[in-house]
Design a protein around this ligand. Structure first.
Ligand SMILES: Nc1ncnc2c1ncn2[C@@H]1O[C@H](COP(=O)(O)OS(=O)(=O)O)[C@@H](OP(=O)(O)O)[C@H]1O
Ligand SMILES: [Mg+2]
Ligand SMILES: [Mg+2]
Ligand SMILES: [Mg+2]
Length: 351
């Protein structure tokens, strides 16, 4: 008997692996005018577009009926003035799709030499990410590069793909090309993918697929709790985290990194709590930024809630609606962090 979501997991791993290889190779060849600024002032690169084209092409072939909620869209790239960038995206996507078959890849996935797609097919693949999300049915959510600023800095970023059924995440992958495989060997081999299936646990696999380690969040040794937190002050209220550190007598320095790599690091015990409080701008968190990570935390024995202790709702559309401020931690510490967060919110007259 095959396990539930076995084929989805296989296809998602292939897609994330190919997208990770693409983004790593793009980083080394990225030139200045290949990064644009979106309407919300955030950066997007040819790497984000081409990775979304690759993942959506692979998903579209294996699961033609499944909608996709993807971060990017091709509207800008369809404009004549961006034809050079568009050509670059097409070349990069086709390079990734036509690379020789690797582990777990079969010819029916439409990959390998000779499997080039046309420019129109690739632009349409990017735009398959335009689903609006919702309460019922099954859909994928994709962040082709999570932590684009980290990617541009040569720091942490992640290719994040999750499957959501009736508003609940059932499969999640976080591909981290720049993350050391072993936390205690920061200068050792890099590149891992966190893979989680609801009810089946979680594992960390290497990008090349030669090594798999099961994951559970280890209990925090008293006195060693530390935060995993954002790099960008615009994305999370880091001063608030300092107040929580005071309340909980945390003395260890926070581990700062971009992207859902933070959830992967929590799952393998590199940090004790991921706290992401809003900065007060009314920004609504997006489902693709937390879907994989939330299931990873839960399957590894941890708890994730918003700052009021509510569970995250992935059935509201492209955003997480009224879920503000996220606390992800092992069972042994989540309660005390939530209590400290509520105390600190009360101090400043917020709920
Ligand atoms: N104002 C605000 N508040 C909260 N979150 C925001 C905000 N603006 C952007 N974003 C989203 O943050 C995503 C990256 O955040 P990270 O946790 O990776 O890291 S970091 O804050 O950049 O260090 C980033 O994901 P990517 O766009 O995929 O890089 C954004 O979706
Ligand atoms: Mg972005
Ligand atoms: Mg993101
Ligand atoms: Mg992104």
């Amino acid at each position: 008997m095959t396990l539930p979501y076995a084929f989805e997991k296989q296809v998602a791993l292939v897609a994330v692996r190919r997208a990770c290889a693409l983004t790593s190779s793009v980083f080394n060849r990225l030139v200045k005018n290949e990064t644009l600024t979106k309407g919300d002032k955030s950066p997007v690169t040819v790497g984000d577009y081409s990775a979304q084209a690759v993942v959506n092409t692979i998903l579209g072939r294996a699961f033609p009926a499944d909608p996709i909620v993807g971060e990017e869209d091709a509207a800008e790239m369809r404009q004549e003035s961006n034809s050079e960038l568009k050509n670059r995206i097409i070349a990069l996507a086709n390079e990734a799709l036509t690379a020789p078959l690797g582990p777990g890849e079969t010819s029916d996935l439409g990959l390998g030499p000779g499997q080039e797609r046309t420019p129109e097919e690739l632009m349409d693949a990017i735009d398959r990410g335009g689903d609006q999300g919702g309460r019922t049915g099954r859909r994928w959510t994709l962040d082709p590069i999570d932590g684009t600023k980290g990617f541009l800095r040569g720091g942490q970023y992640a290719v994040c793909l999750a499957l959501i059924v009736d508003g609940k995440v059932v499969l999640g992958l976080i591909g981290c090309p720049n993350l050391p495989v072993k936390s205690d060997e920061p200068n050792g081999r890099k590149g891992c993918i966190f893979v989680v299936v609801k009810g089946q646990g979680a594992e960390q696999v290497t990008l090349s697929g030669d090594r798999s380690v099961p994951l559970t969040i280890p209990p925090v040794v008293p006195g060693t709790l530390n935060f995993l937190e954002s790099v960008e002050a615009a994305h999370a209220d880091l001063a608030f985290n300092n107040r929580i550190s005071e309340l909980l007598n945390i003395t260890r320095a926070p581990a700062r990194m971009d992207s859902q790599a933070k959830y992967g690091c929590l799952a393998r015990g590199d940090g004790g709590v991921y706290l992401r409080m809003p900065t007060g701008t009314g920004y609504r968190e997006k489902i693709w930024d937390h879907a994989s990570g939330s299931l990873l935390v839960e399957e590894c024995g941890g708890i994730i809630t918003d700052s009021r202790g509510k569970s995250l709702d992935f059935g509201l559309g492209r955003s997480l609606g009224e879920n503000y401020g996220f606390i992800a931690a092992g069972k042994d510490v989540h309660g005390q962090v939530l209590a400290a967060v509520q105390q600190a919110l009360a101090e400043i007259g917020r709920k």
